[in-house]
Design a protein around this ligand. Structure first.
Ligand code: FUL
Length: 618
């Protein structure tokens, strides 16, 4: 008997070591051996895992963004760096109100724009005069927000824009790198624990502007040294931009991807070879990974604003996203294996606007209420499932459900490629959900029903799938958005002179007018109208074809004498956030003709496009 137990233990140990060996995991990064077969590459991909920091970050699900700074006071999205610090003048700044509002929305981490592209610092940096220290406010916004975060048990993160339109050294690479690292060091040493460092990828300085070569190695080393627990995002190597600023996740979202983080030395080469970037539809299919030489754990973050702009604009108070819209965004981000980074821009006063804070509370309450009870019995037990196999669970008696939640044990990698979910309703198995990737979390909705059992089938996967959790919930239906107004007026009676411009005025953003060259577009409103501004609606695609980025704008009463409206103009941040652009005039004026002279487009294709044109009368 003794001998038998001994043999059993030995066999168990041998089996265990065998499993551990075959389950060798690659934390964050795997290099594919040169002569690896397709099967071997897929097998390696299944064993790339997140670091502890990456895993904990993804489990948080909800991060809030605070875009606050000089733009709040100039009503812009991108400042040019020449603004006077004296403009920064919050009259009732209240860090507690801000943090409490975000906490009520369920957010676990808050990232503050400590410095946006205009270079204005929300802390009294000793390396520049362009900061709060020279504003009427005088205090330290970074300190106030980080202290309030700690007080309310929320994690704190910093956004530090690499692009700086104020720093005189910008473009003098070694000097600016020093300046940037000095500022980063201030942020990472003086404000307690920092959990996420967000480096924006935007840089508007074109070929004739200053080009900065960043020392990413030194920058990353600074973060690892000063805040080893922090994850780095966008121009960082822990978290990837989802590829749009509109809250849309991918149908197939892979955490394991050959997309090399931009900060890696060979990143450009890899991206070119595989023809991929953050906006590519496919970042992890079998087809793609079998062409790869390296694989990364590089999960996505979906950043989107609760209002059209990233900064606060009073004119957008009636365009705060509805609860339904926010919940849909939760499903297409967190529910599609991404993380949600929702921006809530503080007002000029220095608070979250009441409309936004009410919406946040509704959002938090909705999620807390919808996901409070899992109606699957024993849905929390980890199950290992082979390709082609199913697992069945009982559903709690009397439950009404309309939402499935599936989670993989991503600590062991991401493996599911295709799945199906069926419910046993009145003795019949009915398919209520199908999909490709699961990853951290997959949520699918269907019509409300009762059911006795749920069956999850893993139709395709890499190695053996590990399902961490299966859930069924009741997510109350919501009424479609009624608060978002279009904000501009357009009429099919207008004429685009010399062009067949019907698509410009057809009230359908999906139909896009395309120019033949870069000649100005002249619009005849056919009668004299008193207008406050104009609206340009671009193609709804990141870096989309012919999106106008820089332009001149003129108005006229007779089509002969033109008056220029402002100097050379820029549609700020339109490449990444191609939403309607409202251009307000200094004063209302009578206009019959509008002329838009494009100067630069997002893709430099020699043509420009207009999805819609409108005027602002109210
Ligand atoms: C973009 C920036 O240019 C926007 O202003 C904003 O900060 C957004 C989150 O990222 O790239």
């Amino acid at each position: 008997m003794k001998k038998n137990i001994f043999t059993l233990i030995l066999t168990a140990l041998a089996l265990l070591s065998c499993t551990t060996q075959s389950e060798k995991l690659y934390e964050k990064h795997a290099i594919i051996p040169e002569n690896a077969t397709q099967e071997e590459i897929i097998d390696i991909a299944a064993r790339v895992t997140p670091t502890r920091n990456q895993l904990e970050w993804q489990q948080m699900e909800l991060t809030a963004f605070l875009h606050y700074g000089i733009n709040t006071y100039t009503n812009r999205e991108w400042g040019d760096g020449h603004e006077s610090p004296s403009l920064f003048n919050p009259t009732a700044f209240d860090a507690n109100q801000i943090v409490e509002s975000l906490k009520a929305g369920g957010f676990k981490l808050i990232i503050l724009t400590c410095k946006h592209h205009d270079g204005f610092c929300l802390w009294p940096s000793q390396y520049t005069e362009h900061s709060v220290k020279n504003s009427p406010y005088k205090g330290d916004i970074v300190k106030e927000i980080s202290d309030a975060c700690r007080k309310h048990g929320i994690k704190f993160g910093v956004y530090l824009s690499p692009w700086d339109r104020n720093a005189p050294t910008y473009g003098d690479s070694p000097e600016y790198n020093k300046y940037f690292i000095n500022q980063l060091t201030e942020l990472l040493t003086n404000y307690g624990e920092v959990s996420e460092v967000w480096f924006d990828g935007a840089c508007g300085e074109g070929p004739n502007g200053k080009v900065q070569v960043y020392d990413w190695e030194a920058i990353t080393a600074t973060i690892h040294r000063l805040q080893p627990e922090a994850v780095t995002a966008i121009c960082g190597d822990d978290i990837r931009w989802v590829g749009n600023e509109s809250g849309k996740g991918r149908e197939s979202e892979w955490n394991v991807t050959p997309l090399a983080p931009k900060v890696y030395k060979n990143s450009d080469e890899i991206r070119q070879k595989l023809s991929i970037d953050e906006t590519s539809r496919d970042l992890g299919s079998r087809d793609l990974i079998t062409k790869a030489g390296e694989l990364f754990w590089y999960a996505s973050e979906t950043d989107v604003s609760i209002r059209p702009g990233w900064f606060y604009h009073e004119s957008q108070n009636n365009r705060v996203r509805s609860l339904k819209n926010l919940v849909d965004i939760y499903f297409s981000s967190v529910g599609s294996n991404s993380s949600l980074l929702l921006n809530i821009p503080p007002t000029k006063e220095g608070k979250v606007h009441p409309i936004d804070s009410v919406r946040l509370k509704e959002f938090g309450d909705y999620l807390r209420n919808a996901f409070v009870e899992n109606f699957v019995k024993n849905g929390d037990k980890i199950k290992r499932i082979e390709q082609g196999s199913s697992v069945t669970y009982k559903v709690k008696k009397g439950a009404t459900i309309n939402c499935i939640m599936l989670q993989e044990n991503i600590a062991k990698g991401q493996r599911v490629e295709k799945f199906k979910v069926e419910l046993l309703i009145d003795g019949q198995w009915i398919t209520v959900g199908k999909g490709t990737t699961i990853g951290y979390k997959r949520l699918l909705r269907f019509s409300e029903t009762a059911a006795d059992e749920i069956r999850v089938t893993i139709e395709e996967c890499r190695r053996t799938a590990e399902i961490l959790r299966v859930g069924l919930f009741l997510c109350p239906d919501l009424i479609a958005n009624s608060t978002t107004e279009k904000g501009y007026f357009s009429s099919s009676a207008w004429v685009a002179l010399g062009n067949d411009g019907k698509k410009i005025f057809d009230n359908d953003v999906a139909t896009v007018w395309k120019s033949k060259d870069m000649q100005p577009l002249i619009i005849d409103l056919t009668e004299k109208i008193k207008i406050k501004g104009i609206a340009y609606v671009p193609v709804e695609k990141v870096n989309g074809e012919g999106i106008i980025t820089k332009y001149c704008l003129y108005t006229s009463l007779d089509g002969q004498t033109w008056q220029q409206e402002g100097a050379d103009r820029e549609f700020e941040n339109i490449r990444n956030n191609p939403i309607v652009q409202n251009v307000m005039f200094e004063k209302s004026q009578n206009v019959r003709f509008v002329k838009i002279e494009p100067i630069e487009t997002a893709d430099n294709s020699g043509i420009y496009t207009v999805a819609e044109f409108g005027i602002i009368i109210k």
